[in-house]
Design a protein around this ligand. Structure first.
Ligand code: SAH
Length: 395
């Protein structure tokens, strides 16, 4: 029989576990019985001896344990993973009716801390980002094969956060498929997703709903799509009747993929431009040239990876938003986003307000945007909310 490991929390530290927050920080732990290794299952007790939870131990991380279950009779085995995956998949597939791509599992929010699973039509892409899911990889993959028997499974655990858990980067097939890229459907458009070379798991599903909302603002407009990646904001804008779209990104591979996607969707070549440029520099350049746009989309990568980066990140957000507001025509729309979870919605709004002030522009919030519906936020884990957006009109 496997050893049973036990951790006992310091006084009052049981509160967050009782409120079903899945993270147990190293400083909350008073005592560890036995020598649990990377990813081992531990029983979590309050100081008064009350059993609280069963969790995965991570000896190298500040988040020393991540809760699997708050039910004492639930074992962490293949049927546990099967049940969590099935429940999440059933709940979410009912929410999305305009695409064959879905975020099936979003880690803690779906009760599987550290696991991301994205479905791209015929390929599943997984990221194992914490010790617990890494340890149980074989059972998780077997459970995924049971729920999705037809699909290939690709791993993209080639990310820095694994270092914090003491895990090495790794990527490749878990269940081989014919090819590493696939055409998904998003609201009637065909989009090429490269699960091997693409960013993250290959595509940004979290912006699905916002891309369609944005498209509505772009009808008949000159659009500047900043941080365009494979161009999906611009694609939907053109489909909705935008006059012209300029896609800006520093990744030539992303721009080339975007051009391929636009051809596949038979968009009129005279209506779009792909420009390999740094957004910070290019916006300054446009300002200098006096070039203006009716609609500007700012969807930058995560600027704040940790608390120490928040102030710098805010400066970055303020800078691009100020420049964008300056080169926006009066009456035009700025669709601005932040996917830094550490920058809360109120703070982001303040940063955009400061940007308007510095740009000497009167601007009004028309809509507030958030992550796509399949990126649900578990109420006991508010950290699952990270993507914020504002639609701002310049007067
Ligand atoms: N809007 C996209 C996702 C954007 S992801 C979509 O809906 O699919 C962020 C993108 O910003 C990446 O493609 C990355 O290559 C690009 N990027 C990062 N820093 C940049 C910079 N300084 N200038 C231009 N592009 C940048």
């Amino acid at each position: 029989m496997a050893d049973t490991f036990k951790i006992t929390l310091a006084s009052k530290r049981e509160k967050s576990v009782l409120r079903r927050h899945p993270w147990i920080f190293s400083r909350a732990i008073e005592k560890v019985d036995g020598e649990p290794k990377l990813g081992d299952t531990v029983e979590v007790y309050a100081k008064n001896g009350q059993w609280l939870a069963r969790a995965a131990f991570s000896p190298h991380s500040q988040i020393r344990a991540r809760v699997w279950t708050y039910e004492q009779n639930q074992q962490i085995d293949q049927s546990f993973f099967l049940q969590r995956i099935q429940t999440a998949y059933q709940s979410k597939s009912a929410l999305i009716n305009n695409s064959d791509a879905l975020r099936v599992i979003a880690g803690e929010s779906d009760g599987l801390p550290g696991l991301t699973v994205d479905l791209y039509k015929d390929i599943l892409v997984c990221q194992f980002l914490a010790a617990g899911v890494e340890k149980h990889k074989a059972e998780i993959v077997a459970a995924l094969e049971q729920v999705f028997p037809q699909l290939a499974i690709f791993e993209r655990s080639d990310v820095d956060v694994r270092q914090k858990e003491g895990l090495k980067p790794i990527s490749g097939w878990l269940k081989a498929g014919a090819q590493t890229s696939t055409w998904i459907n998003e609201a009637g458009s065909q989009i090429l997703v490269d699960v091997e070379q693409g960013h993250k798991t290959g595509f940004y599903l979290d912006q699905r709903d916002n891309r369609l909302i944005a498209a509505d603002y772009c009808k008949g407009k000159q659009v500047l799509n900043c941080f365009s990646y494979t161009g999906t904001f611009g694609l939907h804008a053109l489909k909705a009747g935008a006059e012209h779209v300029t896609n800006l990104d520093v990744s030539q591979l992303a721009l080339d993929t975007s051009a391929k996607i636009y051809q596949q969707n038979q968009l009129d070549e005279s209506k779009y431009t792909h420009l390999n440029a740094d957004v910070f520099k290019q916006l300054r350049q446009y300002k200098k040239q006096g070039q203006q746009f009716d609609c500007i989309i700012l969807d930058p990568p995560k600027f704040a990876e940790n608390k120490g980066q928040v102030i710098r990140a805010c400066r970055g957000y303020k800078d691009i938003n100020m420049l964008a507001l300056q080169i926006l025509k009066p009456g035009g729309f700025l669709l601005t986003f932040s996917c830094s979870g550490l920058i809360e919605a109120d703070l982001f709004q303040k940063v955009v307000a400061d940007a308007a002030l510095d740009a000497n522009v009167e601007a009004h919030i028309i809509e507030k945007l958030t992550q796509a519906k399949d990126h649900t936020v578990l109420l006991s884990y508010p950290e699952g909310f990270y993507l914020k957006g504002l639609v701002v009109q310049k007067r």
